[in-house]
Design a protein around this ligand. Structure first.
Ligand SMILES: [Mg+2]
Length: 372
């Protein structure tokens, strides 16, 4: 693949509803869409699901655009012929961190690569299934009646697992209420790092409700304290924010910090690192699932592909496009192929087409760099 040009779009899309987590409320979703055009006339698409501010991660749209312009574009200019998407890791290895920025480009290269092979992306990465289970994530609602109605709505709609975001003061009660109303449904919680070890009693109480897992209860960079908490409770701990690479996955496994990993390919630098974590997980019997960051239909394509990997054993945070957006920037928008399941498309690459008019409509700025 020889890269002819690379284009970055700062996209802002209004969510259908405000999405609240323990670190704040999101109304407009920002991200950077990456377009790579090859000299052979193919186009690859990627997405860095970075937010406007450093909330989930230190990376923002502004740091991402800066890293692209100042560091990644000059490196690609010198290395514009790549045999495989993994070569980009080598090319960009001098840049520490900025994994979501790197992932945005890496994704576009995977799309381009699989299109050049005329293969669907999920086949190109070695996916082993052609449908993926869809779970739904519900923000910190703060209103019990509204929460119970929403859970009922998503269950009726076919979602195969319910996850609720929790934060101190909104944890045991909503779980108890959901269990009382809906019985033994697949249910899990996500704290987004809102607790400390001093609040171990909350997790001991949650232990009574047969949750599938408790996601990222403690500090977003911690592995050690999670190992202490995991030894004190029965419910599996799932790590999200704390796992930024295979190295973290290995260290956490050796420490006993988790029993499940939420793999967000964008958080760990792209699909290549997801493949490495998948191999490690498969070897050690660690179940994975794929998380989301309110992606547009472009980013969602990479989640769907990653969810076909062999070690993925739980329903994923990959919902239909309409869960978050009135209209998506891809055609077709992502929707259930069967009740509760999304299917990767059989066309080459990500399989969906980007609607350029809509992309332009939602873009607040656009930068194109010619490399060849
Ligand atoms: Mg999470």
């Amino acid at each position: 693949m020889e890269i002819e040009s690379i284009t970055f779009y700062h996209v802002v899309m209004r969510l259908r509803d405000v999405f609240e987590t323990s670190f704040g409320a999101t109304r407009d979703r920002h991200c950077v869409v990456v377009r790579v055009d090859s000299t052979e006339g193919l186009t690859g698409w990627g997405e860095a699901p970075v937010d406007e501010g450093p909330w989930y991660s230190y990376e923002t749209v502004y740091t991402t655009l800066y890293v692209y312009r100042e560091f990644i574009v000059p490196l690609l200019r010198k290395n514009r012929v790549l045999e495989h998407p993994r070569d980009f890791l080598e090319v960009s290895s001098r840049i520490r961190g900025y994994k979501m920025a790197k992932a945005g480009v890496e994704f576009a290269l995977w799309d381009l690569y699989s299109k050049s092979l005329k293969q669907p992306l999920y086949r190109a990465i070695g996916g082993v299934r052609d449908r993926v289970e869809s779970g739904v994530s519900i923000g910190v609602i703060g209103d019990m009646d509204k929460l119970l109605k929403l859970v009922g709505f998503f269950l009726d709609h076919g979602y195969r697992r319910i996850k609720i975001k929790i934060s101190p003061g909104w944890d045991v009660e909503p779980v108890r209420a959901i269990r009382r109303e809906y019985g033994d449904i697949p249910l899990q919680v996500d704290a987004n790092a809102a607790y400390t070890l001093k609040q171990v009693d909350v997790f001991k109480k949650l232990d009574e409700y047969g949750l599938l897992m408790i996601e990222q209860p403690l500090h977003y960079e911690d592995l050690y304290e999670h190992s202490i908490l995991q030894s004190a409770i029965r419910t599996p701990i799932c790590l999200d924010e704390s796992i930024k690479s295979l190295r973290d996955a290995v260290a956490g496994y050796r420490l006993g910090s988790y029993r499940v990993i939420n793999v967000k390919p964008a958080r760990i630098g792209g699909l290549q690192e997801a493949l490495l974590i998948n191999d490690f997980a498969a070897k050690h019997g660690i179940p994975l699932w794929i998380g989301g960051m309110l992606e547009t239909g472009i980013g969602r394509s990479f989640q769907v592909a990653a969810a076909t990997l062999s070690a993925v054993k739980y329903p994923n945070d990959i919902s239909e496009s309409q869960r978050y957006y009135e209209e998506d920037i891809v055609e077709p928008a992502w929707s259930f192929a069967e009740r509760g399941f999304l299917k990767p498309l059989k066309k080459p690459g990500i399989g969906v087409e980007v609607d350029i008019d809509r992309l332009e409509k939602y873009s607040t700025r656009k930068y194109r760099f010619k490399l060849a």
